[in-house]
Design a protein. Sequence first.
Length: 307
Amino acid sequence: MNNEFISKLNDIAEQVNLYLDKNVASKDNLQKVVYEAMRYSLLAGGKRIRPVLAIEAAAVFGITAEKVMPFACAIEMIHTYSLIHDDLPAMDNDDFRRGRPSCHKQFDEATAILAGDALLTMAFEIASKGAIEADNVRGGIEAVKHIAYCAGTEGMIGGQIVDLDAETRKISEKELIYLCERKTGALLRVPVMVAAAVAGKENTSEADCLLEYADTVGLAFQIKDDILDVEGDINVLGKPIGSDKQEGKTTFVTLHGIEGSKKILRELTEKAFKACDRMRNFCKTEKQKEACEFLRELAVFLLERNY
Ligand code: GRG
């Protein structure tokens, strides 16, 4: 991988970590354990792909990272809540996440449920504060609405409930794509939606290009996840592999095999490149062009990732 890209990715992830650390602070009060559980899962070293996408999409639209940071971090908090709840015995029942015991193993089930709920709730507190303080208040409110929609019943929660149902029967490819677009895709699309809203670029050709990029990368992300569940390294992934097979789930790998899935992944990456190339035609400044190039590299990173 390109060293310059990795170093920029790490720099942005570090800015996100600092913001989260500061805004989801510990508290020494009677409910301090819920803060501990939130911070335990939130500050456990995730890749921060979703906030990175929001920040770089913002750069492509010509606005600074600072302007989208509250929304970008709210999305990461919602992503972390979803992982905490997904690991619970009532859902996927996974004991490890991000290389350490999952939240309910480290604490207990009730605390993990509340920590997830608290991350979701605080995400909206932080995003709303971001909207109130935004130069473009209307765009900020639109961003909050997009986050709610994409996390909700037409987005991630909708995808998760369809996924639970899909564990009980074989599903078609069409249903699998429907499920992935919501369960994984919605939280990868919303970073671009919030960046466009805050930048005042909604419903523009530029926004369409980046949304196509995000949707393509979102599907590729899930296919890569399915492949890693078969041939990933548990020590690098930070969670066990083989859970899909154990549960008899329909995945891209069960439908297309490993090689077939890798081929689809490469095709989707090519499609993401094309969306970036179209986007580049709208970029006026060097900064915007650099961000476009970064998104291209991000698609490669997600294709090649082993964690
Ligand atoms: C419980 C409401 C609710 C929803 C759960 C997203 C989700 C829905 C469950 C996660 C299950 C899963 C492993 C999905 C595959 C895609 C995915 C979200 C992988 C984890 O995301 P990464 O790789 O994780 O960005 P890090 O740890 O790097 O942030």
